[in-house]
Design a binder for this molecule. Structure first.
Ligand code: AGP
Length: 609
């Protein structure tokens, strides 16, 4: 969601901030803006729409400054508009604020500011309340005013603040929304995420909740709620600057689809000992801990939730522990049965998803052991978990998740196999067999990506569809959900996924001449059943694209088009089966002229409930 960038140093703040904001576009936004300090005056420029609109607006203006803050806004309070865009100014124009998150008590604060302090608000946003509050408390000391304002603010937020009178510093605060500090040469930064800084700073501080940061050109200091200075170890970013560039691909999504062999390889091989046993860095679950556990919840949102569905198959099959998979936004409100015999597995690419965080906290309060599978190092979900298992996908920029998903699946297999070996529920032969299958996946993914052209051709025949159905059985059900989500989020086609055996209980009523059905038949033991389901929809006029293993060619008799994945064990097909569905969604969206990396209404990191 919203992105924040702040810069103070010798360079041209405007250019550096706008460049950083562009690297945060993936978070999703509907307007952008900057505030610069020019000779002790705050100059604010903001515009609805893409960053390019803002650039066009300020083209030719002299906006030279060495300090400023910038923002990409994803509207929550107040529609996307120029006036609701950030930064927001205090009434006297001496304080500028950018904000990511929600101020829950903004109505009450707004009332107080209006009635008691005579403030007239310009926008409909909760953020303007912060600017006005700091403005009211400001007495030539920005840090003090921010501390006083924060005491009154309830909610989840990261803010960046500058004052006209103090052109040397940016003050920032983190509470339940991401914030990092980048340490550069004669310059320092604040930002919502690492990609914004990659070009300028590789040494960063990960800011903790309820911390305040003060950066000047030469210093970056962190303080706790009681204004005591906090010492923090630096974190060195190892990604190269290209990690956040498209490197010749038309879109980040396509680049990230192609990065899956590497991501899967990294996530897997970093965890394997020479003898083939699993070394779970970041997880301290012993056999005794596992013996105590009688129930596992996997809780996540969207694509990460779909990874959880495959995780359930793997853990129940290998480790024989019952697993429930839950959508995070539902979990916390249904008084789930959780105690100290529960293992709660949170899955999240960003590690900042508010629904997932809230569910995690609910489970933790009830005594559960918390294990998280996260891509972003040092994110909130990672920090609040007892054990963290990182996916090694690298930065995922496209809003539609691809490589994070396949690496999450690998983590699920590794966790399941580790539990199984600890609990003695798997034979050595079966373990070696699955491990061998997993190790072959990077090469098989490379092989599979060679079908890209064929998938593009199939997409050319189908991109005008208005609805698409995905069907499958066993672990293909979860992959159907994921394929369907991918299609709807980037192409805006109404798609629907359902267990193939469930079709006849209602949904088959929707089949008619030309209805597009994507039938996943990758499971050997369910293959014949799937062929029957394909016949059922064909009989009602459906056009079927089948997905099967290379050796299972009987599907050609039933389906209109067939996409093959390399042969592999049923247990690991999800990692392969999802890739053609990602490519199909990609090419459909491309042919429809959609904004693939930044789909409308969506945000990469969903930091509101
Ligand atoms: C995936 O393509 C989506 N954009 C979305 O469903 C995403 O997976 C979900 O919001 C969860 O995000 P997280 O993994 O960062 O927690």
């Amino acid at each position: 969601m919203c992105g924040i960038v702040g810069y103070v140093g010798d360079g041209n703040a405007k250019d550096i901030i706008i460049d950083g904001l562009k690297k945060l576009e993936y978070r999703g936004y509907d307007s952008a803006g900057i505030a610069l300090n020019q000779k002790n005056n705050l100059v604010v420029r903001k515009k609805i729409g893409r960053i390019a609109n803002l650039e066009e607006m300020i083209q030719g203006e002299d906006l030279t400054s060495h300090i400023g803050i910038g923002h990409t806004r994803w509207a929550t309070h107040g529609a996307p508009s120029d006036v609701n865009s950030h930064p927001h100014l205090s009434q006297d124009g001496r304080i500028a604020v950018v904000h990511n998150g929600i101020i829950e008590n903004f109505v009450e604060l707004k009332k107080w500011l209006t009635e008691e302090k005579g403030i007239t608000f310009k926008s409909e946003t909760d953020t303007e309340v912060i600017a006005q509050l700091i403005g009211v408390y400001y007495e030539h000391d920005l840090v003090d005013a921010v501390y006083k304002a924060v005491e009154k603010m309830e909610g989840a937020y990261a803010i960046g603040v500058i004052a006209a009178e103090e052109p040397d510093k940016i003050v920032a605060v983190r509470r339940d929304a991401p914030l990092i500090v980048g340490l550069g040469n004669n310059c320092n930064f604040i930002a919502s995420d690492i990609p914004a800084l990659l070009k300028y700073a590789r040494t960063i501080y990960l800011i903790e909740n309820n911390e305040t940061v003060v950066i000047t050109k030469n210093e970056a200091k962190i303080y706790d709620m009681d204004r005591n200075e906090v010492k923090r170890d630096v974190f060195h970013v190892t990604w190269d600057a290209d990690a956040a560039e498209k490197e010749g691909y038309d879109h980040f999504m396509l680049k990230e689809i192609h990065e899956q062999p590497k991501g899967v390889y990294e996530t897997l091989t970093r965890r394997l000992e020479k003898g083939g046993s699993i070394k779970l860095d970041g997880i301290s679950l012993t056999k005794e801990d596992l013996d105590k556990i009688n129930k596992i919840y996997i809780v996540a949102c969207g694509t990460a939730y779909h990874a959880g569905l495959v995780g359930k198959y793997a853990i129940e099959k290998f480790a024989r522990i019952p697993v429930e998979v839950d959508v995070a936004s539902e979990f916390r409100y249904r008084d789930p049965f959780v105690d100290d015999h529960t293992l709660f597995i949170a899955v999240s690419q960003s590690g900042e998803t508010q629904d997932t965080l809230a569910a995690l906290r609910e489970a933790k309060n009830k005594g559960a052991r918390i294990l998280s599978v996260v891509n972003v190092v040092g994110s909130s979900v990672a920090r609040e978990s007892h054990d963290v298992f990182y996916t090694w996908a690298g930065p995922e920029i496209a809003v539609a998740s691809t490589k994070a998903y396949t690496t999450q699946l690998i983590c699920m297999y590794l966790i399941a196999l580790y539990m199984a070996t600890q609990k003695g529920t798997i034979t050595k032969e079966y373990y070696d067999h699955i491990m061998d299958e997993l190790k072959q996946l990077p090469d098989k993914l490379e092989e599979l990506l060679k079908s890209e052209k064929q998938i593009e051709e199939i997409a050319k025949k189908q991109y005008r569809q208005t609805s698409v159905f995905y069907i499958g059985r066993g672990s293909d059900v979860g992959i159907s959900y994921e394929g369907s989500l991918k299609l709807k989020e980037i192409s805006y086609i109404n798609s629907f996924a359902i267990a193939a055996g469930e079709l006849k209980h209602g949904t088959i009523a929707l089949m008619e001449q030309g209805t597009l059905v994507i039938a996943l038949a990758t499971q050997d033991k369910l293959y014949d059943k799937m062929l029957s389901n394909i016949q059922e929809v064909k009989a009602r006029g459906a056009y079927v694209i089948g997905l099967a293993k290379k050796s299972n060619t009987a599907i050609e008799e039933q389906a209109d088009d067939v996409i093959y994945i390399p042969d592999c064990a049923d247990e690991v097909t999800p990692v392969l089966a999802v890739v053609p569905l990602q490519l199909f969604a990609y090419y459909i969206a491309k042919l429809r002229g959609c904004d693939i990396d930044k789909p409308k209404n969506l945000a990469k990191s969903v930091t509101v409930e």
